[in-house]
Design a protein around this ligand. Structure first.
Ligand code: SF4
Length: 599
């Protein structure tokens, strides 16, 4: 293949027969969809939108992009793409660390698994070859033990990407975890792996940076992007923001504007937010600041909690998880937060969905919809319910179905803070209007990472907008969705979008791959990817009127001083957004598909 940056190798693995076929990258698809998320979505689309996500016919793809594992800053991402058993949409879920870079260095752009193995299996990947190995001894083990055993067997320097017991028990929101405690958490991609008896990937590879097509242009493009990162208020190493406080630097800011969903979003601010904030954690239990491949930011926050029942030493306390097990559940016990996150990491559970299902169960208990007593902020009960969910024991068997299905089973779907079957992250649409539109129109169910308008509404990137204003949020969100489809498809961390603009991406892509590209042209690729996902979802049954929000955000005004009286004006924003997208009430018309060269 002519294009640089790619390994130009994909393995298609049939787990039913054990057959493994190797092929090059389809150059036309690579030009149209880049790689990682974009190419994965194309492969899942080609596999058909109507299939049962947990049937052997579904495929699960592990991908990297043309910039993954290169010198490009923050380029250590791996992407998992499949049809979600939680939402029924196409889903993509990304993690950092070194596993993405190692997959590229091991000679692959992607691994595609189909079928179902007769017995638990793991895939060993090295030097352009994939070998299927027996994982019977690993089945039943948590992610932490699985990683330890596989690193002992294959060497400390391998990456391991694995599911835990939650996936094995087909909890609908099971995650893939790697050796750096990074998760591909959302959408139940781990559940799909487990349904195929696929326990883990082991990737062995030494650093082998891909050569750019245009070395001089690449050096300059890389330098420009790095300068932007080093000068950015959110990303600059050791200057505050993500580097010092991690993603949990947001807790106090989001709380202050009355946009922190509290007690299952019955309220929009949490009186004790400081106790669970990145600022408090940084001052009290922080022990290190780990990073990912080629990243000067080091936003990961390694902590060790006090000795006692919640003692734990773990690598990553993210804002979303701290909010979910904290404010959403009315819990201000600092040490319980890393403990609960670590427990979920070991079981291989999405912390956002798990914490939402707990908050919803607390409301169900308060409303006496269920017999089980689950009080707000009862951390011991929360721990018990995580165990029960992962093992599908007792009420845990219902919780394992996810927030939306469990609320329905409890008799009141209105207490599920979900969109298209997936639970919300840590931003209340009554105090951050753009996020309401982002949740409703996300192609993988409620999500902050498809279009992060918070960057504008709080941080002022690319320009400051009023979090309580709805006008103009359609255009803002479209830009973010198209732009962030690019970072996911190039194989770089989404946080780079705080400092880098589409021009930075275009210059780095162009120099690495050897295809001339400017900011507008690369944004059109992002738009194409977003529309392909939407087209898949339309064909999978998400037709007109599917872009909605929980009624609570539309009808129950915020009571916090900063967002007092506000609800989310979703319908107004949707009209603006659909017009810009060229969609008909959420459906991509044929002329739009043709204009974007999707069909
Ligand atoms: S900003 Fe954080 S998540 Fe992104 S690459 Fe750097 S350390 Fe990893």
């Amino acid at each position: 293949m002519e294009l640089g940056g790619y390994a130009d190798r994909v393995a298609r693995i049939d787990l039913t027969t054990g057959d493994i076929k190797y092929e090059g990258i389809n150059e036309e698809d690579a030009r149209k969809y880049i790689g990682s998320r974009g190419l994965g979505v194309k492969w899942v689309f080609d596999n058909g939108p109507k299939i049962d996500p947990l049937s052997p016919d579904n495929i699960i793809c592990f991908l990297v992009g043309p910039l993954t594992g290169t010198d490009v800053s923050m380029s250590g991402r791996m992407t998992v793409v499949t049809k979600s058993p939680l939402t029924g949409t196409v889903t993509d879920s990304h993690h950092g660390g070194w596993s993405g870079a190692r997959l590229k260095w091991a000679g692959f752009d992607g691994l595609v698994f189909k079928g179902k193995a007769k017995q638990p299996t793991y895939a060993y990947v090295e030097a352009g070859k994939v070998e299927l190995k027996d994982a019977s001894d690993l089945w039943g083990k948590g992610a932490h033990d699985t990683i330890k055993i596989l690193q002992k067997r294959h060497g400390k320097d391998v990456s391991v990407v694995t599911i835990g017991q939650a996936g094995e028990n087909l909890v609908r929101f099971a995650a893939w975890m790697n050796e750096n405690d990074r998760a591909s958490g959302r959408g139940g991609t781990g559940t799909v792996g487990a349904s195929k008896n696929l326990k883990a990937l082991v990737i062995k590879a030494a650093e082998k940076l891909p050569k750019p097509k245009n070395r001089e242009a690449f050096k300059q493009a890389h330098k420009d992007a790095l300068k932007a990162i080093n000068e950015d208020a959110t990303l600059a190493p050791r200057k505050g923001g993500l580097s010092v406080y991690g993603t949990n630097s947001l807790m106090m800011a989001v709380n202050a504007i009355g946009a922190l969903p509290t007690k299952n979003a019955q309220f929009t601010s949490f009186a004790n937010a400081f106790n669970i904030s990145g600022h408090h954690i940084q001052q009290s239990i922080l022990v290190d600041n780990p990073t990912c491949h080629a990243c000067p930011v080091a936003c990961k926050k390694e902590v060790e909690t006090e000795p006692g029942k919640f003692h734990v030493h773990m690598e990553s306390v993210e804002y979303e998880s701290a909010w979910g097990f904290g404010a959403a559940c009315n819990n201000d016990n600092r040490d319980s937060i890393p403990f609960l996150i670590d427990l979920c990491n070991d079981y291989g559970i999405d912390t956002i969905e798990m914490s939402n299902v707990l908050a919803m169960t607390m409301e169900a208990s308060e409303k006496e919809l269920i017999r089980e007593r689950v009080s707000w902020g009862d951390v011991d009960k929360m721990v018990e319910l995580v165990h029960k969910t992962a093992k599908r024991e007792g009420i845990g068997n219902t919780l394992a179905e996810g927030t939306e299905r469990a609320a329905k089973a409890f008799g009141d779907p209105s207490i599920a803070m979900t969109v298209k079957g997936q639970a919300i992250p840590a931003y209340d649409p009554r105090g951050l209007k753009g996020m309401g539109l982002a949740y409703a129109t996300s192609n993988r169910g409620a999500c902050h990472l498809r279009g992060y308008t918070t960057a504008s509404e709080i941080v002022g990137v690319p320009e400051k907008t009023d979090p309580l204003a709805w006008k103009g949020k359609g255009a803002l969100l479209k830009l973010f969705q198209d732009f962030q489809a690019l970072s996911d498809s190039l194989g770089v961390c989404k946080f780079s979008t705080f400092a880098e603009n589409p021009g930075h991406y275009a210059a780095q892509y162009s120099a690495m791959v050897g295809v001339p590209m400017d900011a507008d042209a690369i944004l059109t690729i992002g738009e194409r990817i977003y529309n392909l996902e939407r087209h898949y979802n339309n064909l999978a049954g998400f037709g007109e009127g599917s872009d909605t929000l929980p009624a609570r955000f539309l009808n129950e005004p915020s009571q916090s001083p900063s967002s007092q009286g506000h609800v989310c004006e979703l319908n107004e924003m949707l009209q603006e957004y659909y017009e810009l997208r060229g969609w008909v009430n959420g459906v991509v018309p044929e002329e739009k598909l043709k204009a974007l060269q999707i069909i």
